[in-house]
Design a protein. Structure first.
Ligand SMILES: N[C@H]1[C@H](O)[C@@H](Sc2ccccc2)[C@@H]2OC[C@H]1O2
Length: 330
C-alpha cells in the first residue's frame, strides 16, 4: 500500500492550478491541470501541428522506450467552457510525486482549441473524475487515480488549493496537519461521472442560512463558483453598485469595500467563501471594479464548485466511501 503527494502552483488570479507529472522512459516532465471535472489524461504532443504549440512542453511517444500505441483508439473532448482537444492514445509509465502507474492511457493530442494553445504554461489535463466519462473510443480508459487507487492506503485523494500560493494534491491519505476541526462529509452521486453533491443551503454575509438545495460538482478545473441565478442575484443584491456587465459576461462590482462572505452548507457543516475571494480580479487598470468570483451556472444544468470554493477548504475526494469531505484549512 502506498501514499503520495505533489505540489500544485496557482497561476495568476488562481485561474488554474498546474501540477508536474512525468511520462515515459526516460521521464518526460510536463505540467498539467488536475481536473476533477473530467476523466481524460491528455497532453500536448509531437503529433500536433507546430502552429498549435506556443510554449507548452510536449510528450514524444517515440522518445519513450515504454510507450505502446493503443492501436485504433482515439479521443475527443469538449469542455464546459467550449474548449476542446482530440488525438490518439498510448500506454506509458506515468509518475505523480512518488506514485507510478506503469501502463496509464496517455492521450496524445493531435489537435487543441485556441484556449489551450494560448495557455502557454499548461501542457494538458489530468482527469480525476470518474472513468465512466473517459472519451477514448472504442474502449474508454481508466484515470490515473482509478489505476492506482487499490494500491493506496485508502482509495481517496485530497485537494489543498491555496490563494496565490502553492498547494498540494495528496493520494491515499488524509493529512491531519492540513485541516482543523471536523471534516464535513456529504454523499457523492457519481452517476454522471462527476464528484456531484447537494448543498442544503446558503447564506450571504452574517445573515441566517436559507434552505435552498444547490446540486453541483466539485471541479478543480473550473476557476469560479457557478451557482443558480437566483442565488447569485440574492448575493449581489447585497453589494452596493453590483451589476451584470454584458461586456465582461458576468457580475461586476466596486472592488472596495470588501463584499460580504458567501456561505454554503455541506451536510451539517458550512463552508465560508471570504468576501475578498469573491473579488476575483479587477476588470480595469485602475482596479476600481472587480469581476465576481461567484457567477451564474445558467445553461450548464448544475452548479460548479470551482476553485473559488475549493481553495477555501481542505477537500477529500473519497472514492471508497463515495463522499466528499470539506475541512477548514489549518
Ligand atoms: N472542468 C473544467 C476544465 O478543466 C476546463 S478545460 C480548460 C480549458 C482551458 C484552459 C484550461 C483548462 C474547462 O473549464 C471548465 C471545465 O472545462
Amino acid at each position: 500500500r502506498q501514499t503520495g503527494t505533489v505540489e500544485t502552483d496557482a497561476e495568476k488570479h488562481d485561474v488554474e492550478y498546474l501540477t508536474p507529472i512525468s511520462i515515459g522512459t526516460p521521464p518526460q516532465n510536463l505540467i498539467v491541470d488536475f481536473d476533477t471535472g473530467s476523466s481524460d489524461l491528455w497532453v500536448f504532443s509531437t503529433e500536433m501541428a507546430a502552429k498549435d504549440i506556443k510554449g507548452q512542453a510536449v510528450y514524444d511517444p517515440n522518445n519513450s522506450s515504454t510507450s505502446e500505441k493503443l492501436q485504433g483508439s482515439t479521443w475527443q473532448i469538449t469542455y464546459g467552457d467550449g474548449s476542446s482537444s482530440s488525438g490518439d492514445v498510448y500506454l506509458d509509465t506515468v509518475t505523480i510525486g512518488n506514485l507510478t502507474v506503469p501502463n496509464q492511457a496517455v492521450e496524445a493530442a493531435t489537435k487543441v482549441s485556441d484556449e489551450f494553445t494560448d495557455d502557454a504554461n499548461n501542457d494538458g489535463l489530468l482527469g480525476l473524475g470518474f472513468s465512466s466519462i473517459n472519451t477514448v473510443q472504442p474502449t474508454p480508459q481508466n484515470t490515473f487515480f482509478d489505476n492506482i487507487k487499490n494500491n493506496l492506503d485508502a482509495p481517496l485523494f485530497t485537494a489543498d488549493l491555496k490563494h496565490g500560493a502553492p498547494g498540494s494534491y495528496n493520494f491515499g491519505y488524509i493529512d491531519p496537519a492540513a485541516y482543523v476541526g471536523n471534516i464535513s462529509w456529504t454523499p457523492v452521486d457519481s452517476s454522471q461521472g462527476f464528484w456531484s453533491f447537494t448543498s442544503p443551503g446558503y447564506a450571504v454575509g452574517t445573515e441566517a442560512m436559507r434552505n435552498h438545495s444547490i446540486s453541483g460538482i466539485a471541479d478543480t478545473g473550473t476557476t469560479l463558483l457557478l451557482l443558480p441565478k437566483s442565488v447569485v442575484k440574492a448575493y449581489y443584491e447585497e453589494i452596493q453598485g453590483a451589476q451584470y456587465d454584458s461586456n465582461q459576461g458576468g457580475y461586476v462590482f466596486p472592488c472596495s469595500p470588501t463584499p460580504p462572505d458567501f456561505v454554503f452548507g455541506v451536510s451539517d457543516g458550512i463552508v465560508t467563501v471570504p468576501g475578498d475571494m469573491v473579488s476575483y480580479a479587477p476588470v480595469d487598470s485602475a482596479n476600481q471594479d472587480c469581476f465576481g468570483g461567484i457567477q451564474s451556472d445558467t445553461g450548464i444544468g448544475f452548479s460548479i464548485f470551482g476553485d473559488v470554493a475549493l481553495k477555501t477548504s481542505f477537500v477529500v475526494f473519497d472514492a471508497g466511501g463515495l463522499q466528499l469531505g470539506w475541512g477548514a484549512k489549518n
